[in-house]
Design a binder for this molecule. Sequence first.
Ligand code: PEP
Length: 268
Amino acid sequence: MTIILERHQNDLDSKGKVMTKRRRFVAGNWKMNGSLDANRALLNDLVDSVKEAESDVVVFPPALYVQQVSAIVDGSNIAVGVQNISAEKSGAFTGEISVEMVKDFGVKYALIGHSERRTLYGESDKDVALKCKAAVEGGLIPVICVGETEEERENGKTEKVIKKQIVSVIEQIGIEYFKEAIIAYEPVWAIGTGKTATPEEADAVHEFIRCTLKEYDANISNLIRIVYGGSVNASNVDSLFKKDNIDGALVGGASLKAEEFTKIAFAK
Ligand code: PEP
């Protein structure tokens, strides 16, 4: 028996145990990088180079370039996301952009709670929850970022921190909002530093996230994609993707280089 779900495939292994194969998700967070010329050059290469990739491939440009990027990737297998979204629908929120607005430009995903938003712009777990709710209700797929700082890891607080970040979203809005979500585990100490969590360290946290979700909904915990972020590149991606609980990657620096990002999109 093989059940094909929209994003997942459940197979029976030789012993008849249900194995969940979650479709790989590979996304590039461009952060505050890019220009009309640089985006065009990067995407012209990528549209062609990732067209046979079996992963879901997504780019997260700065919001100002979403319209340009959506037009270039139209008809390709590259989807577009935004790096942040307002939890509000409209009104007196200077500088903010709503879900409805980005949907006008073909956006499918929203990064929520990236550690740079949490630390530099003071986003709280409650903000993350409300943004997540607004995204799902407006038809965007939230990519919820969680992760511990170096100090928290050194003090043995990784699981406590991750659990709080996830449970506070569930308590605010309910587990059902995770049905459409993707979780990105991004240890803060590994973002943009060249330090990567070892595959074992990352897999252990991904498994912990899955177990945390299981306390609320076993099905969601089994099907949700949990991707790793933190200095992923073409050389370290294969060992990360070999781990059962790592379903893809959220890539910063390496996503700005077509060749490097393409290798990540094709990694098995
Ligand atoms: C990120 O910004 O989400 C990220 C993981 O960055 P980098 O790959 O550069 O560490």
